[in-house]
Design a protein around this ligand. Sequence first.
Ligand SMILES: *Cc1c(COP(=O)(O)O)cnc(C)c1O
Length: 409
Amino acid sequence: MALVNEHFLKLPGNYLFADIAKKVNAFKVQHPGEDIISLGIGDVTRPLPPAVVSAIHKAADEMATEAGFRGYGPEQGYGFLREAIVKNDFLPRGVHLDPSEIFVNDGAKSDTGNIQELVRWDNSIGVTDPAYPVYIDSNAMIGRAGVVEDGRWSNVVYLPCTAGNGFVPQLPDRRVDIIYLCYPNNPTGTVITKDELRRWVNFALRNDTLIFYDAAYEAYIQNPDIPHSIYEIRGARRVAIEFHSYSKTAGFTGLRCGYTVVPKEVTAATLTGERIPLHTLWQRRQSTKFNGVSYISQRAAEATYSPEGREQVRQAVGYYMENARIMREQLTRLGLSVFGGEDAPYLWVQTPGGESSWRFFEQMLYNAHVVCTPGVGFGPSGEGYVRFTSFGSREDCQEALGRLARWIG
Ligand SMILES: *Cc1c(COP(=O)(O)O)cnc(C)c1O
């Protein structure tokens, strides 16, 4: 008899977006013919940049020839991409990485979920709250998160980010082995300053804490003083692993490519105190469980660094950020308290009158035919908020705002 991994049974039955889809479907059944606009989805809508598309065509043609055919590639990614990453994403910010510290992946979700395999099940974890659900759920699957009690995992240290603290999480008041940080933040759309990030790195150095830093949205940063990488902070190379993705930047959600940075200095301890480089372990893990990203996707990712590619990515980001600006302005004009949306494609909106996230979500669905995401789905501190994304088309965005104005105004 095969015994099931019972930790899976502790996970909430439904993924947040399945719950939302169910409620939207119920509305559609009752109101056939009504069209609904979703400002809830976390998926991009702009087509791939032309420079990326030509790279895909070119790579496909190469693969069609005997000389250009590529089979299994290096598990860690092709040198051409890892070198382009080091040169374009880090060097200009004064960060010196070796291409061997870059692990190309099929998107940041896999690695943010898998990285916890490198550390023992009984480490403690701290997570900013609200958060991208992958961080806690992946830990829950091997029993590290404990059990859910009143909507909170018993072994997770929640670091609340709310309007009350300006979305700046407090350093934990107890020792935590591992901390997940995500900036620019999904879902709140807020960012972290260099000084605040330095506090986290120093905390990690002092307390021997490992930081998993999710930088999936760094391309959305507009303010030149906001750090794009945790390695801009001195000492971070010893304590942090960082995740990047081409998904939200260059429209790769369906194409799949990202990368993880594991500096050679990052270590974790054995019970006897020996320090083991996580780079070695991650390389071992990847070469066992992963066979690399397709050559075509890696050439596509490389193309985002060409002069045309960079300009086209900049334009796509600019399009979504203009949506965000319009949404921010109009939602604020409607009297709502709006956070984020200045250096990130997300707006985090307080529900009026302290209504619950789900109730406000349903009222908006039924009265304005607009879908958002209930904040509580991202963690207990998300209660009383909803998330809007700026990933829709300009037309949908404006139509949705008009409906919200008629409803609220
Ligand atoms: C979208 C997202 C990712 C990664 O998405 P991939 O498509 O797997 O690269 C990672 N982290 C956060 C916070 C995200 O929102």
